[in-house]
Write a protein that binds this ligand. Structure first.
Ligand code: SF4
Length: 321
């Protein structure tokens, strides 16, 4: 097949748009979608000055998504005096998996001359995910522990680095999966929170509780295209599945969506755009409704609705094994 734009050999065909693109035009198309999303979400500050730049912290795991995000952000804003980029990598303590992806992060950060910070569960909490999986005091899936610990570190360090935005590499498939999961679980409040946390107009997002606002600039780009972009540009991404991956429901939804997309191209785009509209309505419905008061955790001081936050409860439970 030939590229629709220049007639050279196409490297991809997008079923949802019918486009055939060569390498050069495919790369340009991915970059254009990411930059358009940043513009539409109003991330670029109008009033930031070179003397007082906004700080954007990128969650860099070393997987294809975050590596592509860091690369495009660096090429777009690396020399923009209004924005300072910082990459944050979290080491969960997973043998044969995370060491390689941390290497990928270190290599990319060095290539881009990007400030890179590395934190680990072991240093921060005294636990490694490999041991958590062995002990499993709560009888939960590994990702349930890991998600709580990762969220805590991302929030803690984004705040410590005085970040204005925390950017993550969620792609279109991730977002369509989350949307469908929330709908199938009937979790309307979660939809409202999802909108407030990462979908709403940037200046309307709630950060009353002191959380750093989040952004997902890759959320218009399908996972396969992110992977192809990383491969064509030979970016140092580590592409292996975590040995403890355990989100069974998400896996089922992923398969379902792939099948739907094959038979009905464009399904992921329509799910996400319909979801954003519904989530916005849900956010309006719940906004202003009394929510549990956020207080400082008795143990670590992070924001929580009870006396002790979930992370500290899990750590206490692990310490007792
Ligand atoms: Fe943690 Fe689960 Fe991700 Fe593995 S797949 S790194 S256990 S959240």
């Amino acid at each position: 097949m030939e590229c629709d734009k220049c007639g050279r050999d196409a490297v991809m065909h997008a079923g949802y748009s019918g486009a055939h693109l060569c390498e050069e035009h495919f790369r340009a198309s991915v970059e254009k979608r990411v930059r358009r999303r940043i513009r539409r979400d109003g991330l670029v500050p109008q009033d930031a000055s070179p003397g007082d730049p906004e700080r954007w912290v990128i969650g860099l795991s070393g997987g294809k998504d975050s590596v592509v995000l860091a690369q495009i952000l660096d090429e777009t804003f690396g020399r923009d005096p209004r924005i300072e980029l910082v990459a944050l990598t979290i080491h969960e303590g997973i043998e044969g998996y995370r060491d390689e992806s941390v290497d990928a992060c270190v290599e990319l950060a060095a290539e881009l001359d990007l400030r890179h910070e590395l934190v680990s569960y072991e240093e921060e909490f005294g636990v490694r995910m490999d041991d958590v999986v062995e002990d499993d005091p709560e009888g939960m899936a590994p990702c349930a522990y890991c998600g709580v610990f990762r969220r805590d570190l991302l929030e803690t360090y984004a705040a410590e680095f005085d970040a204005d935005i925390l950017l993550t590499g969620h792609n279109l498939d991730d977002e369509a999966q989350t949307a469908l999961m929330n709908v199938l679980e009937g979790d309307v409040k979660q939809m409202a929170k999802h909108f407030d946390a990462s979908l709403g107009p940037f200046d309307e997002r709630t950060d009353d509780a002191g959380f750093v606002p989040r952004a997902k600039p890759l959320r218009d780009v399908p996972e396969k295209e992110v992977a192809l972009y990383a491969q064509l540009r030979e970016l140092p991404a580590h592409i292996t599945e975590c040995p403890h991956a355990s989100e069974a429901f998400r896996g089922e939804i992923q398969e379902l969506l792939l099948k739907l997309e094959e038979n009905h191209p464009g399904t992921r785009h329509s799910i996400v755009s319909g979801y954003e509209e519904l989530a916005s309505m849900a956010a309006d419905r719940y906004r202003g409704e009394s929510t549990p008061e956020m207080e400082a955790c008795d143990r670590c001081g992070s924001q929580t609705t009870g006396d002790v936050c979930r992370k500290c409860r899990l750590l206490e439970s692990l310490a007792a094994t």
